[in-house]
Design a protein around this ligand. Structure first.
Ligand code: SAM
Length: 149
């Protein structure tokens, strides 16, 4: 990772590990669940980018995805996500990683999801290219983002 990118990644971790994310995140937790419910994920290889505490990834695992992988740059949030998966008996592969430099080979997933995650990538074009790269041809990419106001 180049120097400036490394600095940005560190900053993202610092910002997202501040405060009580679980309490704040509860305000929008229904959206990732609704997104997953609106997609037929059964039997699919799913990636959740910027997974935070794992709302979308856990919902996909519950809904019968064939495999769920999730990544986020903030270790503190990944730790919460791991605990939630263990408590619920759900299998998800949790990785540290950023949207603009995803740690996966090309065409690895049927469905690439990001609920309010990829919108925080410092380089939107690089992040979009990465979502396309790791999605198999004919697969689906689904993102949600807040509007500026
Ligand atoms: C608003 S939270 C959303 C978390 C989760 N997807 C959800 O729907 O609850 C934003 C997440 O984006 C992550 N994030 C920040 N910068 C990122 C980047 N460059 N690439 C991927 N995720 C990033 C943060 O660590 C945080 O977990």
């Amino acid at each position: 990772m180049a120097g400036v990118e490394h600095e940005r990644a560190s900053r993202a971790r610092e910002v997202w590990s501040l405060g009580d994310y679980e309490r704040v995140g509860a305000r929008w937790a229904q959206a990732p669940r609704d997104v997953v419910a609106s997609l037929d994920v059964a039997g699919q290889a799913v990636l959740d980018v910027g997974c935070g505490t794992g709302e979308a990834a856990l919902a996909a695992a519950r809904a019968g995805a064939a495999g769920v992988t999730a990544c986020d740059p903030t270790p503190e949030l990944l730790a919460v996500a791991r605990d939630r998966a263990s408590a619920g008996g759900l299998s998800v592969a949790w990785d540290e990683g950023e949207a603009q430099e995803l740690p996966y080979p090309d065409a690895s997933f049927d469905l690439v999801l990001s609920t309010f995650g990829v919108m925080f990538a410092p380089d939107a074009h690089a992040a979009a290219a990465e979502l396309v790269r790791v999605c198999r041809p004919g697969g689906r990419i689904v993102t949600t983002a807040w509007t500026p106001d």
